[in-house]
Design a binder for this molecule. Structure first.
Ligand SMILES: *[C@@H]1O[C@H](CO)[C@@H](O)[C@H](O)[C@H]1NC(C)=O
Ligand SMILES: *[C@@H]1O[C@H](CO)[C@@H](O)[C@H](O)[C@H]1NC(C)=O
Ligand SMILES: *[C@@H]1O[C@H](CO)[C@@H](O)[C@H](O)[C@H]1NC(C)=O
Ligand SMILES: *[C@@H]1O[C@H](CO)[C@@H](O)[C@H](O)[C@H]1NC(C)=O
Ligand SMILES: *[C@@H]1O[C@H](CO)[C@@H](O)[C@H](O)[C@H]1NC(C)=O
Length: 446
């Protein structure tokens, strides 16, 4: 036996002798800690070593004060006579906790706690969605990432020319929101529209980035977007409800046009069918007559189970009953809804200036179209005053478009105005001058 070997043998003997000598000592744990910079997926381990105390020693590990469950497949415990090793073969973010080693023997116990800090690069919890708003509207976009340490969020605006970026300076009041991941503007300006990027970083590579846009819209734009979303979401929705129907004839969900459709608006209805049997053929009818797809003002946009009827610029003639008919190999379903287009008043007949003789009957017509039907009001300028004229006072007709004066007197002479109003602006007016020639004067003239 050479010196080295002898020395080793001797030291082992010494340890054994020590433990024999200190037979009545409780265990004493040597402090330990996890490596720094442990990242998700890494191996992590600590050894809890008892440097003194009587044997046998029993070990127990706690996670945040509770015994580690054996069902946690992620962790292994390897016990020796005076040590116990805690091993994570592939660390998860959820393993981030305080770990306590408890060593017990007949004389007592010792414990030691250390923290496992799992570092992880940022990952998205909430990704941003593009928003459509108006000038003056408010905007809230969330870009929320988790990771360890907690990621902070930076916002940049993408400048299309030259693919440059510009840091977004958050409004002072919302600074905190921004760095925690909420982009928040109370009152949007025209200049806020554009493409944005959010970047989450926490010092652990890689950083992640995402983008979204803020669209400032006019009304037509909004309607396009609504149709787009209607198509998109109903497609998702339909695929869910379809499974609920066993008989597989198409079943149309009820639908209706918006209430206040005014001339020249864009308007659409969406006909959604629940069926698993494809293909589905859609037909649209207006007042029971099939709409020709080539008709200028009306378009269709059809996906598997959805058909949208779009009128780009509604006219009064588009009012009527619209039927969506859906057919597949298992059957057919129909649904009808009516469209009432509202239109501001327009003149059909306007009165002309009139010269008449006293005592005759004067009938003047002021006729306007519109939907709902306009009501005509008559007024007369009497010097600086304007007085209402009741068109039916001197007649038996209830038609407000007709002004009848019988017999005319000198007092009836003047400027008259008729006004057509149906609640849909603008109100229109027309005027005419009634001149009365006295019979007495003309008689005198001859
Ligand atoms: C570990 O314990 C310390 C001190 O009690 C505490 O501040 C820390 O939050 C704990 N860590 C975890 C991951 O629970
Ligand atoms: C926005 O993100 C998408 C997908 O992440 C990417 O394809 C697109 O190029 C990005 N747009 C801009 C303007 O960076
Ligand atoms: C539309 O249907 C309703 C109710 O069935 C009916 O009263 C109305 O006259 C119809 N309109 C047209 C223009 O056919
Ligand atoms: C009558 O109508 C004409 C043309 O529409 C207008 O120029 C004129 O001012 C009107 N007169 C009165 C008195 O309202
Ligand atoms: C003509 O009629 C006007 C208005 O009624 C009256 O003031 C006037 O005296 C009449 N003249 C004659 C000659 O009758």
């Amino acid at each position: 036996m050479d010196n080295k070997k002898f020395l080793r043998f001797f030291s082992v003997l010494l340890i054994n002798v020590t433990s024999v000598i200190c037979l009545t000592d409780p265990p004493k744990i040597k402090p330990f800690r996890f490596d720094d910079n442990i990242r998700e997926g890494d191996v992590a381990s600590v050894m809890c070593l008892v440097t003194s105390g009587s044997k046998p020693v029993k070990f127990q590990w706690n996670q945040n004060g509770n015994p580690i469950s054996i069902s946690n497949k992620n962790v292994r415990i390897e016990d020796g006579t005076i040590h116990s090793v805690l091993v994570f073969d592939s660390v998860k973010l959820t393993d981030d906790a305080n770990y306590t080693c408890i060593a017990m023997n007949a004389e007592g116990q010792d414990s030691f706690t250390t923290e496992l800090n799992v570092k992880s690069s940022p990952k998205w919890k909430i990704e941003p969605k593009s928003v459509v708003t108006q000038v003056g509207g408010s905007v809230k976009v969330q870009c929320i990432a988790f990771g360890s340490p907690r990621p902070s969020i930076k916002w940049r605006k993408i400048i299309p020319e030259g693919n440059e970026f510009m840091d977004v300076k958050p409004p002072v009041a919302n600074e905190k929101d921004f760095s925690y991941g909420t982009f928040h503007l109370d009152s949007v300006l025209e200049s806020d529209s554009g493409f944005y990027e959010c970047i989450a970083s926490n010092g652990i590579e890689p950083n992640i980035r995402n983008n979204f846009s803020i669209v400032i819209r006019d009304d037509i734009h909004q309607q396009f977007i609504q149709i787009y979303y209607a198509l998109f979401f109903t497609k998702v929705f339909v695929s869910h409800i379809c499974t609920a129907y066993s008989k597989d004839a198409p079943k149309i969900q009820s639908f209706s046009f918006p209430e206040n459709v005014v001339e020249r608006n864009m308007v659409s209805v969406t006909c959604i069918v629940a069926t698993k049997t494809k293909p589905v053929t859609f037909t649209w009818l207006k007042d029971n007559i099939e709409i020709n797809a080539l008709e200028e003002s009306i378009r269709f946009s059809t996906l598997d189970e959805v058909s949208v009827l779009i009128i780009d610029s509604v006219a009064l003639e588009n009012s009527g009953n619209y039927t969506c008919s859906a057919t597949n190999s298992a059957g057919n379903d129909k649904f009808t809804t009516s469209l009432k287009v509202k239109a501001s008043p327009k003149w059909i007949e306007q009165p002309l200036d009139l010269i008449t003789t006293i005592g005759t009957t004067v009938t003047v017509r002021c006729l306007a179209s519109g939907s709902p039907e306009p009501i005509i009001q008559w007024t007369k300028k009497d010097g600086s005053k304007t007085v209402n004229v009741n068109p039916t006072a001197s007649t038996d007709t209830k038609d407000s478009s007709l002004l009848r004066l019988s017999p005319v007197s000198y007092e009836d002479a003047g400027v008259y105005e008729c006004m057509a109003d149906n609640g849909i602006p603008p109100v229109i007016t027309s005027n005419f001058t009634l001149t009365i020639r006295g019979r007495n004067i003309s008689e005198d003239a001859f």
